[in-house]
Design a protein around this ligand. Structure first.
Ligand code: CUA
Length: 189
């Protein structure tokens, strides 16, 4: 840039250079983000997530794992604690879930109509529940007491009224109530 240039030209040149630099920086950021989308898209398409469990929505209530009498908390033959629940507009079944504290608890959930989801209080228990699929995760609860379990995917006009409760009992108390083959639900306390 020549020193004989009038100051106004010089400052315009500086501004243009700065804008060009930012254009390049923003262009690179956009290119990286688009590349990330392409790479993750191809990756998911070529290697779908494992353990995808599907279920026939039409027969969920009629037969299989999610019939009403099988919902709630069970102690399986291998001593695992498994909670089974169904989400539907606009409630969870069961409405109140009982689990032991300090114990790995596996949740298995499915939906019958729309996409729902739930999160349990301030724990890390959090999942979407999609019709046709079984959502499953294992977690353990550190503190005893009652937690709210709201639906956190907008599922229709009754969404905000869709929630259940989770009662976390001390492990001994839970085991004392558990009967082999029975499904536990909440108790009055
Ligand atoms: Cu179910 Cu929102």
């Amino acid at each position: 840039m020549s020193a004989t240039m009038p100051p106004s030209h010089e400052s315009e040149a500086i501004a243009v250079a700065a804008e060009r630099r930012w254009t390049i920086v923003v262009g690179v950021i956009i290119a990286v983000l688009v590349l990330m989308m392409i790479v993750t898209g191809l990756h998911w398409a070529s290697m779908p997530p494992s353990r995808v469990e599907t279920i026939d929505v039409k027969t969920v209530h009629v037969r299989g794992e999610f019939v009403e009498s099988n919902l709630g908390t069970a102690i399986e033959a291998d001593d695992r604690v498994v909670v089974r629940l169904v989400a539907q507009q606009y409630s969870f079944e069961p409405q109140c879930i009982v689990v032991p504290a300090e114990t790995p608890v596996t949740f298995r959930a499915t939906a019958t109509d729309a996409i729902h989801g739930f999160i349990i209080g301030r724990t890390n228990a959090n999942t979407m529940v999609v019709p046709g699929f079984v959502a499953t995760f294992t977690t353990s609860f550190r503190r005893t007491g009652e937690q709210l379990m709201p639906c956190h995917e907008y599922c229709g006009t009754g969404h905000e009224a869709m929630w259940a409760r989770v009662q976390v009992l001390p492990r001994d108390e839970f085991l004392a109530r558990a009967r082999p083959g029975e499904r536990l639900r909440c108790v009055a306390r």
